[in-house]
Design a protein around this ligand. Structure first.
Ligand code: NI
Length: 386
């Protein structure tokens, strides 16, 4: 089975939904209009259950197959947008300045709606499908909120599948890999406290700016000197704030940043060495350094059996040449990781063609991809619940 017979028809109607959602971007958990639009559509398709307010503003719809009882698999989309001023100039651009669907979650939602419509009409599977629309993927852990709200048990979901578009991957292609596919994202804040004073008399001060500067470069040595060059670790200092005057050595400096890893052991090493490095710099320079290290999104780990199934479904739809099942993992993080910690499953990327990158003000989801994405979801369901 290549694309669904009615893929073009679904693409036409889902494109209209996508462009509507694109105009009403909402952030984090405040996806009220988006969730309302989605749940109304799901009800109009005749889904057996449509439940709102899961994980605050998440939506879950259930469609039962007509071939008897069986397990329930979850298909997940995300609904939230980003705090970015849109620069696409599209006629259906964001109506709210400073908010934009720059990660394609409008397209993900439209595709899952398209799949829901088709699945509710055909029901050519046993068991049930849970369509999961999550809030707050962009740094708000909405996926975790839905899991913590008991979604997996309540809807008896036994396996979960996710899909994200990927700029640069050709239209109509799919890619994934077994094992870690996206990184864990941790964050740290450090306050470096010295002793302020006159900038012309540095010997009477303890300069937090010099100490913080040493710390920034020392943190990079963890990556280059403490860890296996073949293992993945990113430590990026992304904030550095200190001082207000030309002639004053300030009392404090503050730095913050992100840590990305693909393996639990590397995550542990990074956290330990960051704290040790801060303690060492503090001792050497006489400042005090308070470190607040927070573990955030876990590694997104694709389970072997579910990834095989996902790749087979993708090959059925796109043909073997358009499917890469040994994609190199990416150091970005994904909230779907929390769902994969709760249940076995797999995350797959779908080509967005030659578009601007994710989170870019000129990014746009490629509507031509909708037919491919919907066909993949439907094929996956019919394969997983045959
Ligand atoms: Ni995204």
């Amino acid at each position: 089975m290549p694309l669904l017979n009615n893929a073009l028809e679904i693409q036409t109607v889902a494109t209209a939904w996508r462009r509507y959602l694109h105009q009403i971007p909402e952030l984090q958990y405040d996806v009220f209009e988006t969730a309302k639009f989605i749940s109304e559509k799901l009800k109009s398709f005749g889904c057996d259950e449509v439940v709102t307010g899961i994980g605050r503003t998440g939506v879950v719809a259930i469609i039962r197959g007509r071939n008897g009882d069986g397990q329930t698999i979850g298909l997940r989309s995300d609904m939230d947008a980003l705090p970015i001023v849109e620069a696409t100039g599209l006629e259906y651009a964001s109506k709210t300045s400073g908010k934009m669907h720059a990660c394609g979650h409008d397209g993900h939602s439209a595709m899952l709606l398209g799949a829901a419509k088709h699945l509710a009409e055909t029901r050519n599977f046993s068991g049930s499908v849970a369509l999961i629309f999550q809030p707050a993927e962009e740094g708000g852990a909405g996926g975790k909120a839905m899991v913590d709200d008991g979604m997996m048990d309540r809807f008896k979901i036994s396996r979960v599948f996710g899909m994200h578009n990927l700029p640069g991957l050709p239209l109509g292609s799919f890619a994934a890999c077994e094992g870690p596919i996206m990184a864990a994202a941790d964050k740290f804040d450090m306050v470096i406290t010295g002793r302020g004073g006159h900038a012309a008399m540095p010997h009477q001060t303890i300069d937090p700016i010099v100490a913080a500067s040493q710390l920034v470069t020392a943190l990079q040595s963890i990556v280059s000197r403490n860890t296996d060059p073949l293992a993945s670790l990113v430590i990026s200092v992304t904030k550095f704030h200190a001082g207000d005057a030309y002639n004053v050595i300030p009392q404090k400096a503050e730095i913050a940043g992100t840590v990305r890893t693909l393996q639990p052991v590397m995550r542990d090493t990074a956290e330990r060495r960051i704290k040790e490095t801060a303690a060492g710099i503090a001792l050497a320079s006489g400042v005090e350094i308070a470190v607040d290290y927070q573990r955030y999104y876990p590694v997104t780990v694709n389970h072997a059996d579910e990834t095989k199934l996902a790749m087979e479904a993708a090959r059925d739809v796109a043909g073997a040449k358009q499917v890469n099942d040994s994609l190199d993992p990416m150091m970005g993080a994904e909230d779907f990781s929390f769902m994969l910690e709760a249940r076995p499953g797999s995350m797959i990327f779908m080509g967005n063609g030659d578009s601007a990158g994710l989170h870019h003000p000129k990014y746009n989801f490629n509507d031509e991809a909708i037919g491919h994405g919907v066909s993949y979801w439907v094929r996956l369901v019919e394969k997983a619940l045959a």
